[in-house]
Design a protein around this ligand. Structure first.
Ligand SMILES: NC(=O)c1ccc[n+]([C@@H]2O[C@H](COP(=O)([O-])OP(=O)(O)OC[C@H]3O[C@@H](n4cnc5c(N)ncnc54)[C@H](OP(=O)(O)O)[C@@H]3O)[C@@H](O)[C@H]2O)c1
Length: 302
């Protein structure tokens, strides 16, 4: 598995595992621990979280699994996110449903994530969603403190468009503080970040893309969905041609983009992880890439 350099302190695995759905898996800490070990054996060492996943439970579920083999911490990189407040917040002092990018909230959220995950630092902290009320100077202040305390090794954003990224990136200047990642929804099903120039804008600044829901959250496999059916009518024969699965072809499609796109997989089936990794050995032709692209668009290119 290739490693991608994020900054001078951390590198991430090219393929990342996401834990948004971890509560649904209903695994014991032992089962989750086994899965994490299986991922690491395959070179998937980067684990994506957010404070709010599973109504604020998923980080804790992961932390319990990590406790069973503390040496795992040195073999993995942990990414988490902050900045969204949900009504289900377990913190009595926080209520409502909004974005909160204040220094106090960011610091509070990171402290809770560290405690839940059972770790002493995060390899990356991402601001989960942009907020109209975001004060970039205040975010910078929060980050400076977290970096100086050794709690955060790199920094990024998620779901930020070009202007939101520009606003924040102007304030964050020192080596650990510049924006290294923008986590965006990207898949053959969801082309927005490709179409609106967001990915190009990140590529220009060497900001790595983590693609969330690279399999469109499973929607790509629902042939009752008209767009998915169009895409799969192209993907399935390619899977046969290259002797991989459809998941593998989707990985090859993402990997062909010249920017560094790091898929954040959400499956909890190790065989689907293997199928995805296998797909990275495939090099689609430009025509095959465009056939999937235009199937998604629903019309030919001009
Ligand atoms: N930054 C953000 O705003 C944001 C938003 C959403 C997600 N994320 C991150 O992205 C990660 C991945 O998101 P995701 O879970 O939506 O990723 P995904 O990999 O696109 O979707 C995973 C889902 O698709 C199913 N699936 C995969 N292959 C399949 C197949 N061949 N046939 C049928 N179903 C299949 C999986 O089921 P099985 O488990 O049964 O395989 C699982 O339910 C999350 O865990 C989170 O870390 C970030």
């Amino acid at each position: 598995m290739d490693k991608v350099k994020i900054n001078q302190y951390v590198s991430f695995s090219k393929v990342i595992q996401g834990f948004w759905r971890a509560q649904d898996w209903q695994w014991t800490p032992q089962q989750l621990n086994r899965y994490i070990n299986e991922l690491v054996e395959r070179g998937i060492t980067t684990m994506d979280h957010a404070d709010i996943y599973g109504s604020y439970t998923c980080e804790g579920i992961f932390g319990e699994a990590l406790k069973l083999s503390p040496q795992l911490r040195n073999q993995i990189e942990i990414v988490t996110k902050c900045g969204i407040v949900l009504p289900s917040s377990p913190d009595q002092t926080i209520s409502g449903h909004r974005y909160d990018h204040s220094k106090a909230h960011i610091q509070h959220s990171v402290d809770r994530s560290l405690q839940q995950l059972n770790v002493d630092h995060l390899d990356s902290l991402l601001i989960h969603r942009p907020s109209p009320l975001m004060d970039p100077h205040e975010v910078t202040e929060a980050l400076k403190t977290l970096v100086s305390e050794g709690k955060v090794k790199s920094f990024g954003v998620s779901n930020f468009n070009k202007s939101q990224y520009d606003l924040l990136s102007k304030c964050l200047v020192c080596d650990k503080l510049h924006i290294t990642i923008n986590q965006l929804e990207v898949s053959p099903y969801t082309l927005d970040a490709i179409e609106n120039g967001n990915i190009n804008h990140m590529y220009k600044d060497d900001v790595k893309i983590m693609s969330w829901s690279p399999m469109a959250g499973g929607k790509l496999f629902d042939l009752a969905d008209e767009k998915a059916a169009r895409i799969m009518a192209i993907v399935s024969p390619l899977a046969q041609k290259y002797n991989v699965t459809s998941n593998g072809i989707i990985m090859a499609w993402l990997d062909k983009h010249p920017a560094t796109i790091m898929p954040v997989l959400g499956t909890h089936k190790i065989e689907r992880i293997d199928q995805a990794i296998e797909g990275l050995k495939v090099t689609l032709t430009d025509q095959e890439w465009f056939d999937i692209y235009t199937a998604s668009l629903g019309h030919d290119i001009p």
